[in-house]
Write a protein that binds this ligand. Structure first.
Ligand SMILES: *Cc1c(COP(=O)(O)O)cnc(C)c1O
Length: 387
């Protein structure tokens, strides 16, 4: 085992189909947003179902920004976000000159809650951005009910939640205003960099389409296909450069076709971790509370109990010595200087997130890990914990 290769914390799972499709895009001459992106959007909307439309962008961060912009969020507005997330969730609120308002999370699921949301609503609150941590959906019925009661928009940060069922429906098809997925390299499927905005709101989709490409009323592929002169376009707003290139969509087309298989593998690995780590002084990740809900298993986050007798940092260092890469999700936003100092946040304001951060370790879980790789991870955890 000492000579075994270092097992990284995450790796993308790219096959020959993706490679061939990228080569096809390169040879076709259409490398930016074009037919493959159109197909990827159509396939993605069909996968989510329920009549949603899908807009491909070059990151989830871009998608979150576009969704909030389309909903009219601007200076003076407040947008509620959990502290237990990646900084992108809050930074897009600042892009628009609005202010993020940070809430603590449930101590077991590490998701934000309806009660947490209700407690911070002011006359300035305009929207809430639930984050489905690790791939477990927030209690969306309750969050949406509070949001509707107070006239708030709901934009789901579903960067971890493909595919996640919430009470029988895929995240993306719930009654929020928009849902945004990430195809970053370590997510449950990848396009290298990329994201998708999904919504049933035709006006929101139309605005996102215009704003993802400079505020231009027609994109290059529309112009290419249209009967009016190809050179003609109008700029209707100062937009952004957020379109997904066909080179990336080529990867996404095949990753999406594999997502059910990827998910089955992740589910099986999570079940094995649960079974083989359950006797240890660890808090294992929460599972869905409803039978008709499921977990995407983007991450497998465990927390060290005090009786483990080892700090989170020492645990990660010992795992690395045994050739296993671990990570931490998340360093909560209230600890980062930009949010801490900008909004006067302290750990005492977020006791659940603070306690989770101090004890959290994310174990490697990805489809290119073999059963033997996972056995190595389990053996390393057991040795480090002296079991
Ligand atoms: C990865 C991630 C994002 C950002 O995704 P990009 O596609 O890299 O922009 C946003 N929110 C959360 C919770 C994430 O984990």
């Amino acid at each position: 085992m000492s000579e075994a290769k270092f097992l990284p914390f995450a790796l993308p799972d790219i096959g020959e189909e993706e490679i061939a499709e990228v080569v096809d895009a390169l040879r076709s001459g259409w490398v930016t947003t074009g037919p493959k992106t159109r197909q990827f959007e159509a396939d993605f909307a069909e996968f989510i179902g329920d009549g949603v439309e899908a807009i491909a962008v070059n990151s989830a961060t871009a998608g979150l920004h576009l969704a909030l912009e389309a909903l009219g969020i601007g200076p003076g507005d407040e947008v509620v976000v959990p502290t237990y997330t990646f900084t992108a969730t809050a930074e897009v609120v600042r892009y628009l000159g609005a202010d993020p308002v940070f809430v603590d999370v449930d101590p077991l699921t590490l998701n934000m809650t309806a009660e947490g949301l209700r407690a911070v609503i002011t006359p300035k609150t305009r929207a809430v951005m639930p984050v489905h941590f690790a791939g477990l959906a927030c209690e969306m019925d309750a969050i949406i009910a509070v949001a509707r009661e107070h006239g708030l928009k709901v934009v789901e940060d579903a960067a971890h939640a493909l595919p996640t069922l919430y009470q029988g429906k895929l995240v993306g098809a719930l009654d929020s205003d928009a849902t945004v997925f990430s195809f970053y390299a370590n997510k449950t499927m990848t396009t290298g960099e990329g994201g998708m905005v999904v919504s049933k709101d035709k006006d929101l989709i139309a605005r996102c389409k215009v704003m993802r490409l400079h505020g231009i009323s027609r994109d290059a592929f529309d112009r290419y296909r249209s009967t009016t002169p190809a050179w003609f376009y109008e700029v209707v707003a100062p937009g952004f450069k957020y379109n997904m290139p066909d080179i990336a969509a080529a990867i996404g087309l095949h990753q999406l076709r594999k997502i059910r298989r990827f998910h089955a593998q992740r589910e099986e690995m999570a079940t094995r971790f649960d079974a083989e780590l359950s006797d240890l002084p660890l808090i294992l990740p929460s599972r869905p509370a409803h039978a008709s809900s499921s977990h995407a298993w983007h991450l497998y986050p465990v927390r060290l109990k005090p009786e483990a007798g080892i700090s989170r940092d020492d645990f990660i260092a010992r795992m690395a010595e045994k050739g296993v890469g671990c990570s931490v999700h998340f360093i909560p936003l209230h600890l980062h200087p930009v949010w801490r100092d900008g909004y006067g946040l302290t750990p005492a304001d977020f006791p659940a997130a603070q306690a989770a951060f101090e004890a959290e370790v994310t174990l490697p879980l990805y489809t290119r890990m073999s059963a033997d790789d996972q056995a190595r991870v389990i053996a390393a955890v057991r040795e480090v914990l002296g079991a």
